[in-house]
Design a protein around this ligand. Structure first.
Ligand code: PGA
Length: 252
């Protein structure tokens, strides 16, 4: 079912698999209109199903990545690209190695850069020089973060270095052998970088995200819930599974 909340289109799908299929449809629609467009990707568990769908579409020749440019939201810092916990590694494993994307058109913050501030500036410049992101995929953290923009007292604008909150470190520990191995700092696109995307596709699944989904869509717009800023974006599609939509159903 599709709903409208403020400017946002909300789609509620039966389960994770249907959420992923719907997200792939929305993505493919934009990519077919702008094959040489700029696409923003996210890491995390949520978009993996969406990426599988995109791989299938690419293999079936129904979706062509050959002209596309990509920017990822974030990367741990410091981290080697070859580390199997880096977001570059994640993207290669879960998407890029399986589609006909040109390697030189892939942009991910460099976790091995000598100077984090220079890397942030250069990344932001590259986004601007590309003409800006046509479609940005997002997940949402349990604390309302988008990218690694953690709850704080202001909306950070550009790509910047960030200290991860304990709740994010704990949430990400599932991907590591021990919580001590989770990096404590990262580079992330800022809120302005994300909000400048022409369209945004947010995917959320699972009952544990139901509370933050309600806050993001119906709560105050506040940097304490970074994703709440999406209420101000003119072109957002939010795709939820039934569980993630549990607390908003009566409000739609
Ligand atoms: P998840 O992460 O998809 O693994 O839940 C989302 C996020 O932290 O942005």
């Amino acid at each position: 079912m599709d709903y409208k909340v403020k400017n946002m289109r909300i789609c509620i799908e039966k389960d994770y698999s249907e959420m992923s299929k719907k997200a792939a449809e929305v993505f493919a629609c934009v990519m077919k209109e702008t094959p040489s467009g700029v696409f923003g990707f996210a890491t995390g568990g949520t978009p993996v199903g969406l990426y599988k769908e995109l791989i299938d579409m690419n293999k079936n020749n129904t979706l062509d990545f050959s002209e596309a440019t990509t920017f990822n939201l974030d990367e741990y810092f410091p981290i080697k690209a070859s580390n199997n916990q880096s977001y570059r590694y994640f993207m290669e494993e879960n998407l890029f190695n399986h589609i006909n994307i040109k390697k030189e058109k892939i942009n991910i913050p460099n976790g091995e850069a000598d100077d984090i501030n220079e890397e942030c500036k250069s990344y932001e410049n590259r986004i601007t020089q590309s003409g800006g992101i046509d479609l940005q995929i997002l997940g949402i953290g349990m604390n309302g973060h988008i990218g690694f923009n953690e709850p704080t007292d202001h909306f950070p604008k550009d790509t910047h270095g960030v200290e991860l909150q304990q709740s994010t470190i704990e949430a990400n520990a599932r991907f590591f052998d021990s919580i001590d191995e989770v990096p404590k700092t990262a580079v992330t696109m800022g809120i302005k970088s994300i909000m400048s995307a022409k369209s945004i596709l947010l995917v959320v699944n699972g009952a544990k995200k139901a509370g933050i989904v309600k806050e993001m869509l119906f709560g105050n717009i506040t940097p304490q819930v970074p994703a709440s800023i999406l209420q101000l974006h003119p072109n957002v599609v939010v795709i939820l599974d039934e569980e993630a939509a549990e607390q908003i159903k009566e409000l739609l």
